[in-house]
Design a binder for this molecule. Sequence first.
Ligand code: EPZ
Length: 434
Amino acid sequence: MDILRIRGGNKLAGEVEVSGSKNAALPQFAAALLSDQETILENVPDLSDIRFMAEIISHLGADISKIGPSSWKIHPLKIHPDPPYELVRKMRASICLLGPLVARVKRAKVPMPGGCVIGHRPIDLHLHALKEMGAEISLNQGIVEVDGSAMKAGNLFIGGRHGSTVTGTANAIMAAVLTPGITTLDGAACEPEIVDLCCMLKKMGAKISGAGSHLLSIEGVDQLNGCVHRVIPDRIEAATYMIGAAMTRGKIVLKGIEASHLGAFSKVMRESGVLLNNSQKGNLDVQTDPSGLSPFEIITLPYPGFPTDLQAQACALACTIPGLSILTERVYPSRFMHIPELLRMGATVSLEGANAIIKGGKKLNGAPVMASDLRASAALILAGLAAEGETWVHRIYHLDRGYEFMDEKLRKLGAEVERLPESSLPPAFRRPTD
Ligand code: EPZ
C-alpha cells in the first residue's frame, strides 16, 4: 500500500485541469446497460472505482473497453442480471445497477451494500421506488432480488428523512425510462450528476422532463439507443483544489470547471474571503483576500446546499483560519473520521454530535495520519500542505478511488508531495495499528 509524504509550507500556484466527475460517470456506466447498442462515454476520470464498475459490467456480459485516456466503449448486446457478489459488495455505487437491470432484463440480484465509514447508508429508498412501480422485492442471504416483470408507471415520492437520495433518484429514473406510462418522481435529487444522467438518457431516446428540479416526469419508451456522452467536470474535485489554494494562501486557475455546479460552496468561500473570478469560460481564478480569511458556519445539505463531500476538506480549511468555525453534518451525521487525524496535527476541534467546532489559527504540525475514506484522505493531504514539517498519509488507496492523479496535480501546483511505498516510512512513524 502506498503512502503520500507531504512537506508543508508551499503556496499552491498555477493551473490545474479538472477531471470528469466520478459521481456522474458511475451511474452513466450503469445507464449504458439500458440499451443493446454501443455507448461511448468521454471525459471519464481514471479512477479505481471506474475500473471496478467496468469489471462488474463486464461480468454482466457487456462488451466494455477503455478506448482512450478518458473514453470508454460499452456494448451490452446481451446481459444477465446477476453481478458478482464479491465485486458488488466492495463498492456501494454499484447499487446503480439495480434500475437498469430491472428495466432491461426485468430482474436484478444485488447484495445489500456493506457498512461504510462515513455512516449508515441504507437502500430503503431505492427499493421503495421500485416497489411503488410494481416490482417484487425479496431478501435472501443478504442478496436483494427484484422481479420487475409486472412494473408499471406510478406517482412516487422518493425523498427520505435526510432529504433526497442521489443514487436512489438515479435508480428510479433508470427503472422508469423503459416502463410503459408516465412516472412522476417527487422529492428527487437535483444534483448536477442527476441532470447529467438525464442528459445522457435523453440522448439515448428517453423522455424525461424536470431534470434539475425535485419533480421529474418520465414517459416510458419501448427501447433506448446507444449514444456518445461527455461526462461533466467533477465539482467536488474542483472545490477540493479551491480549498487547497485557500489553505496555502496561494493563487490557482481551475481549468475546465463548471462554476455553476458549485452551489452553496462558492457562497461560503466568498463570504470567508476566498476571491473567485470567472476569468474566461470554463476557468475559475482562485486566490485569498490579502486581509485574511474569516471563520465560517456550514450545514451540509443536498444540492444546492453545501455538499457533504466537502465537509472534511472544509474542516481542514477552518483549522487555518483564526476564530471559531462550526460545521454541521446533516447528510451523514457521523462523517467525522478525519477529526482525530487533524487533532494529531495539532488542530483544536471539539465534536458535539453532528457538529464540529473548530478553533482555527494555530499552525498545524506535520504528522503520520491515516486516511479512512475518500474525502477524509483529501482533507488530510490539504492539511499537510498547510502544516509545518512532514505529513505522511497512510492508506491512500482511498484517495485513488476518487481523485485522478492528485499527487501529480499538486506537484504541478508547486506542492512537495511524493507517493512512496509504505516500506519507506521511518520506523518511528509506523503506527501501532499498521
Ligand atoms: C451519493 O451517494 C454520492 N455517491 C456520495 O459521494 C455523496 O456523499 C452522497 O450522494 C450525498 O451527496 C455517488 O454519487 C456515487 P444518498 P448516495 O442516497 O447516493 C440517506 C463520495 O465521496 N439514504 O444521496 O449513496 C443516506 O443515508 C461519495 O464521492 C437513505 O436513508 O447518497 C444519506 O443520509 C460518498 N435511504 C442521505 O440519504 C436510501 O435508500 C443521502 O444519501 C438512500 C439514502
